[in-house]
Design a protein around this ligand. Sequence first.
Ligand code: SF4
Length: 692
Amino acid sequence: VIEKGLPEHVVETTCAYCGVGCSFRAEMQGTEVVRMVPSKDGGANEGHSCVKGRFAWGYATHADRVTTPLIRERITDPWRAVSWEEAIAFTARRFRDIQARHGRGAVGGITSSRCTNEEVFAVQKMIRAGFGVNNVDTCARVCHSPTGYGLKQTFGTSAGTQDFKSVESADVVMVIGANPTDGHPVFASRLKKRLRQGARLIVVDPRRIDLVRGPHVQADFHLQLRPGANVAFINAMAHVVVTEGLADRAFMAERCEDMDAWEAFIAEPRHAPEAVEEITGIPGADLRAAARMFATGGNAAIYYGLGVTEHSQGSTMVMGMANLAMATGNIGRPGVGVNPLRGQNNVQGSCDMGSFPHEFTGYRHVSDDTVRAQFETLWRADLDPEPGLRIPNMFDSAVAGTFKGLFVQGEDVAQSDPNTRHVHAALGALECLVVQDLFLNETAAFAHVFLPGTSFLEKDGTFTNAERRINRVRPALAPVPGKHEWQVACELATAMGYPMSYGSAAEIMDEIAALTPTFAGVSFERLDRLGSVQWPCNDAAPAGTPVMHVDGFVRGKGRFMVTEFVATEERASRFFPLILTTGRILTQYNVGAQTRRTENSRWHAEDLLDIHPHDAEQRGIRDGDRVSLASRMGATTLRARLSDRMPQGVVYTTFHHPVTGANVVTTDYSDWATNCPEYKVTAVQVALSNQP
Ligand code: SF4
């Protein structure tokens, strides 16, 4: 007899939600998970967790799980359940036929940041070697691709500089465009602990988030900048540092390059805080005081989120923050650095694993003959030296009729990507759309093939969190569809004419290590022995690298980049007088496919529109009224919530529920370097709705 609550055995694994990457013990009774308990020795969480990781895992056994492959000739036909053999043969036949009629480049795929490194690696290999194209991209395209670009340009690698523990040594913390309390709760607890010990805090956000004034937390500065003004703001911060003699000259001279041109640029009076007040909306004196505190307050660290990256100047802003960190000498030791708070559990890993159309694993360009030859030799395949299509290019090409076949691994692009009408038109134009997921999501409505995927409780592999920590994911349950996702990729590649097979996920990691210098020392054996490691992990750093750029930057010298502010073309107007910005809430996760199928939905059953009481009053809107939200792209309806956390002129909503479909209104504007969508700035009008 099993006593209630006592596990028969436990499986050590990793949370499937945010980029904090908390370690958990799945407590088991027989083949049933009865409890998820945060691990005391988890490298990222040290025994802490949030409501998602602790309680929102029931979706893994939800009745909506699809357990067998489904196919259909046309998307208007009903689904037909088939064997794995028939589904793989059907898919390969369609993709081969498309390539025969439209050329090799008419197909491609999207990898998932919710899948393991090994699953992502298998899918990008299937596309590059099996399909013979570099048309592979990842959902990081729509979140942190500017982080990858901006940090590579300045520091030489596409990842955050610190481990989470580093915040415990920070004296000044600047949080820009992130709401850790909701998005990265366990990191937020660590940060708040440091604040209670006396660290100073600068919050840069249009909204009055919890960190500004919450339980036991009071920010020294809340710089309430206007959406779209990030680069003007960061340039003004650096202007104060340079013109008031606060720069770390020794660090700049010894560790950096290209500072003369940058200094001449940033010292121009047009970047002064007072000169950009109209653009930023921040009183010049406040910005000046915050810059002084950042430069002189001891160890100063920057933490940021999608409020930085999801702009038309996302990459420029990342480089601007890197400039500020270098100018103040805040790189290369605990308590400092430039730290992206990455959204999904394995978004860092999906980027590391070669999911971008221009880069192999470890961020090496596909045009590099030496690197490509290494892959070609090991993979026994001819690889294309030209970068492939990014996700927005795939959609544009599908609408134009030149892109016909798409494999989507564990993503719901029909709900998550901007300008829903355009995305739906693209998906509807495909001759073969394959969706691999747990549930028939919004994207599956356009699919010809549905391949059932595995939940994190069934996966064997690794996730990499926002601090580059590679954590083991161990299976507590057998794969519900009967196969691991990497096995499906192998079978599809083989059916396409490229034989591909592995005996285990550990074997895939061995191949990743053989091909990727930053992963050279990573193996399941080492991870099981050490618990986790942070890349780079190789002969030079066998136990991993918690803090990067200690003695020198990965690219040699840190490079200052000139960061000219260019206003977004998305402006408020007479017809669309308010600016919409979007984000997440603690209890839900991204498109909600997982958390909406758990008890968590009790706490956030619908997306709400936060609006300042004055803006609401002007429109005759009361708290709880249904309102229409319209942009030049489309319209939706949702319930209003009056909130003085919002500044006047700015409204805010989440995108967790497909019935709201917040991305119906978001636009095609995107980051100039990476095409990351400008989710954070949409000109809208809000009015009382007569719809129920
Ligand atoms: Fe940790 Fe994030 Fe999971 Fe919460 S959602 S338990 S903070 S990894």
